[in-house]
Design a binder for this molecule. Sequence first.
Ligand code: MG
Ligand code: ZN
Length: 185
Amino acid sequence: MPMFHGRHPCVFLDRDGTLIIEKHYLCDPTAVELLPGTGAALCRLRDLGYRLVIVTNQSGVGRGLFKQSAVDAVHARLAALLASAGVRLDGIYSCPHRPEDRCACRKPATGLIERACAELDLDPGLSAMVGDKACDIELGARCGMATILVQTGYGATEACVPDVVVADLAAAAAWLATHRELPVP
Ligand SMILES: [Mg+2]
Ligand SMILES: [Zn+2]
C-alpha cells in the first residue's frame, strides 16, 4: 500500500464485536449496545494521543438487506452512546459492498484506511488496528500498523497472527499505553 505520512497517530477500530455487541447484520439503532468498558477504553486511547476512527464492513447494504440510511442511523446512535460516555470519534468509514463486488474498500482491502489517512491527516506507521476478525488483523498488517485482536465478538476463534491478543478493548488500550511510545505532538 502506498504510504502516507500524515501527522496524527490513530487507533482504527472495528465496530461489531469490538466496540459494540456483535449482532448479525445489525441495522436497528435501538439494538446498538456498547461492550462493557468501551467508553472508558476510548477515553484512555484519546488521552494517550490517538485519533479514533471506525472502519467497518457493512455488506448488508450491497446485499439489499438494509439501506445506507440504516447504517447511518446505527452510527448516529453509537455516537450518541459514546458522547454519553464522554468520547467523540474522529470518523466512521464503512464499506457497503459485497465480497463479489471486489471493491477497494472491503476489509482487508485498504481503501477505507487510505481515505481516512488522507482526509484526517493520519500516519499509519504511528497507528494501530483493533478488531475481532482475521480481516481486521490482515488490514492492519497491510498498512504497517500494530495489530491487536480482541477476544470479544469472533476474536476467540479467529485464525490469524496479530501482534497481540487481548481480552477486550480496555486491554488493548492498556497494551498500547505500555508498548507504543508516541512522539510528543
Ligand atoms: Mg468485528
Ligand atoms: Zn467496498
